[in-house]
Design a protein around this ligand. Structure first.
Ligand code: NAP
Length: 303
């Protein structure tokens, strides 16, 4: 058992595996949480190319130290690292290398947080509960019991986590993707929620829009540097009683959130979800509650 003093002496070494990693806010978020708790530690970016590696110039690997997935996991197993986050392209590829999954990671089929439980390496998904915690702030004053209809734009990794969070909390969900087969794949994955879930084609804008109470952008459309793009189709009015959640957080205000507010709807970007998923991962790794406020302050003004 660690005493409080032992904990202070420990080095809390965390890392993020992904490729390419580019500019991540996670090091600042976790450094702020560690500092506020008086703990020593660091959060390293660990670029792990997919296997086989992408070739040629502009593959994101120039001049960077690259790591192997197996080796990084070995460091975690050996206690040299205390926790890992995983992002694209490893949220699924890491699963066969782990010993166990939490029920959420198993249901979503993706891992963004890895921790050690005794001898075991366990994969968790904190994106789903992170989204749920933050979206409730947005919809709490807006929704009535009968209004739980969500429209999710996109059918990738984060759409799966968002859909799971909404479905398990009683929402009816429509997935709209630019390739409808991707939307159908997602609905097939959640066949246990059959009566609550529909797939749709973004090009054939879904009829269910008008009674959506929540619209979630789970595509990268509007993300820097393409800040003048919006996933919402021109000329289509927003549903009158909806709230709009954009998972994109760079920039802090997107064209979509500005369009929604101009139509009188409450809207937010995804920085709150980023902080929530980080705080839940931090708890997994340390057993300690991180201050969301401190984490948010560390990145609010950052590009
Ligand atoms: P992903 O797995 O690559 O999925 C992206 C989805 O968006 C796919 O369905 C893709 O369709 C669709 N898409 C891409 N470009 C599109 C376009 N121009 N028009 C219509 N659809 C398009 O990515 P992800 O991990 O889900 O991430 C999506 C966004 O969420 C990113 O901006 C990411 O930064 C953000 N995110 C934020 C948080 C947070 O904490 N706030 C967490 C996770 C992700 P195709 O399959 O046809 O390409």
């Amino acid at each position: 058992m660690s005493t409080a003093l032992d904990v202070k002496r420990d080095l809390y070494s965390f890392g993020l595996i992904g490729f390419p990693l580019g500019h991540s806010l996670s090091p600042q978020i976790h450094a702020a949480a560690l500092q506020a708790l008086g703990l020593n530690g660091e959060y390293k970016l660990l670029p792990v190319p997919p296997s086989p590696s992408p070739r040629g110039r502009g593959n994101g690997a120039e001049g960077k130290t690259l790591y192997k997935l197996e080796n990084v996991l070995e460091q975690l197993r050996a206690g040299e690292l205390r926790g890992l986050n995983a992002t694209i392209p490893h949220k699924q590829s890491v699963i066969p290398l782990l010993d166990a999954l939490t029920p959420t990671a198993k249901a979503v089929g993706a891992v963004n947080t890895i921790f050690r439980d005794g001898e075991l390496l366990v994969g968790d998904n904190t994106d789903a509960p992170g989204f749920w915690a933050d979206v409730q702030q947005l919809v709490k004053s807006r929704e009535r019991e009968a209004d739980h209809h969500a429209l999710i734009l996109g059918a990738g990794g984060s759409a799966r986590a968002v859909a799971y969070a909404l479905l398990t909390n009683g929402y009816f969900v429509t997935i709209a993707a630019r390739k409808s087969e991707k939307a159908h794949q997602l609905t097939d994955q959640y066949s246990v929620f059959r009566g609550q879930l529909a797939a749709s084609d973004m090009n054939d804008w879904p009829a269910s829009i008008s009674h959506s109470s929540l619209i979630v952008n789970a595509t990268p459309v509007g993300m820097f540097p393409h800040v003048d793009h919006s996933p919402w189709p021109e000329g289509v009015p927003f549903p009158e009683h909806a709230s709009v959640y954009d998972l994109v957080y760079n920039p802090r205000e997107t064209l979509l959130t500005r369009q929604a507010r101009a139509a009188g709807l409450p809207a937010t970007t995804g920085l709150g979800m980023l902080v929530e998923q980080a705080a839940l991962a931090f708890k997994r790794w340390t057993g300690l509650e991180a201050s969301r406020e401190v984490m948010m302050k560390a990145v609010e003004g950052q590009p």
